[in-house]
Design a protein around this ligand. Structure first.
Ligand code: KG4
Ligand code: ZN
Length: 351
């Protein structure tokens, strides 16, 4: 690994890869002075998913006000910033470009170096950031290897983490991401967007054993995932509730049971696959990030697993699970110690 380079105290993080506009101010790689996120969920709700053009336009409107709010909360000005971290990949191209151009503009006008960050690795890094904030520990105190899992709306991947910022992907989803399945099933059940929190709310009142949904690839012997079959199973189950076999008109009582059973099926698969990866690599710990890691039932099962395996669990608080700019600032701070800044030719990479 490269040796330490810059000494950057205040990092401005910018995240606009999907439908959340985030700006954060991170001090010395661990103290979050501001982490402002403005969600566009209400704009996309009626479509049951993110509409790229709407997302892009909303970022244009929100970025500067969100930045002002973050600086105000952090009680600092742009002159106090030492470096900028910005999401460059993956994401919606229009959304990424808004953040990237904003960051480049600031970089030029205030002479601040800029680092483009990979969103998925930032989700993994949010676990490290959380661990650093929780204790007065240093990066070198964290035990490796760790089994990592990123579960979001766009990605579901298992990783072998060798050290901070160093990981190898073991497997990923072959079709829908876990969060995407939550969103689509929520849409079938006429719940709002994003679907994960809505399903979780309904599931609290339902019986997770009421419907025996499949657990796709749970015993496949590899690290791959697949959630589209489960989503289809929910669709067919909903149709079966109705004599016509066409509508997805389910009662409230059925809805809570379907939500609970679906959630349990997803959580079973995620937990089992992570456990298998942890056992195979003789992991010292588990690191889990991404929006789905905000799910209470999933977190409960993760804690049980960590206890059972007798390993540490790094799962960030909810504000660092879903998309946010603090994780981008954290990952950029880490990268700044190991590589040169990016040039203004830095480009957005959508996939
Ligand atoms: O990481 P994230 O904010 O954005 C992406 O990078 O995709 O993840 C968003 C995803 C959405 O699919 C959302 O439904 C899901 O995370 N999610 C949840 C919960 N909160 C957000 N899924 C299950 N339970 C939750 N509580
Ligand atoms: Zn994300």
């Amino acid at each position: 690994m490269a040796t330490d380079r810059g000494d950057y105290r205040n990092v401005l993080g910018i995240e606009t890869s999907c439908d959340e506009t985030g700006v954060a101010l991170l001090e010395e790689g661990r103290r979050i002075r501001a982490n402002v996120v403005v969600s566009q969920a209400d704009l996309h709700d009626e479509y049951g998913g993110v509409v790229p053009e709407i997302a892009c336009r909303a970022h244009v409107r929100s970025l500067l006000p969100v930045m002002d709010r973050a600086l105000e909360e952090a009680e600092c000005s742009l002159e106090d910033i030492d470096m900028i971290g910005v999401t460059r990949e993956p994401g919606l191209i229009g959304s990424l470009l808004v953040g990237l151009q904003g960051a480049k503009g600031l970089s030029v006008s205030f002479s601040k170096p800029i680092w483009g960050v990979d969103h998925i690795s930032a989700h993994l890094y949010s676990c490290t950031l959380h661990a650093l904030r929780e204790s007065s520990r240093h990066l070198s105190d964290i035990a490796y290897p760790r089994a990592g899992l990123v579960v979001s709306g766009g990605h579901t991947g298992l990783y072998r983490i060798e050290g901070p910022g160093r990981y190898e992907r073991l497997g990923s989803t072959m079709d829908d991401a876990a969060g995407e399945a939550f969103d689509k099933v929520a849409s079938m059940l006429d719940l709002g967007y994003p679907g994960g929190p809505e399903i979780e709310r309904k599931a609290r009142h339902g019986d997770p054993d009421s419907v025996d949904f499949p657990r796709p690839m749970i015993n496949s012997g590899d690290y791959q995932f697949s959630f589209s079959g489960l989503k289809t199973a929910v669709l067919y189950h909903c149709r079966g509730q109705n004599e016509s076999g066409r509508d997805t008109d389910v009662s409230d009582a059925e809805r809570v049971d379907i939500a609970a059973s679906f959630q349990e099926a997803v959580v079973d698969v995620l937990v089992r696959k992570l456990e298998r990866a942890a056992e195979d690599m003789d992991a010292m710990g588990l690191s889990v990030g991404g929006g789905v890691a905000a799910n209470g039932r999933f977190r409960e099962r993760l804690h049980e697993m960590a206890e059972h395996l007798d390993v540490s669990l790094h799962v960030p608080p909810l504000s660092l699970c879903t998309d946010n700019a603090a994780m981008i600032a954290g990952k950029a701070y880490f990268e700044a110690r190991h590589r040169e800044p990016d040039s203004l030719h830095l480009e957005a990479i959508p996939t």
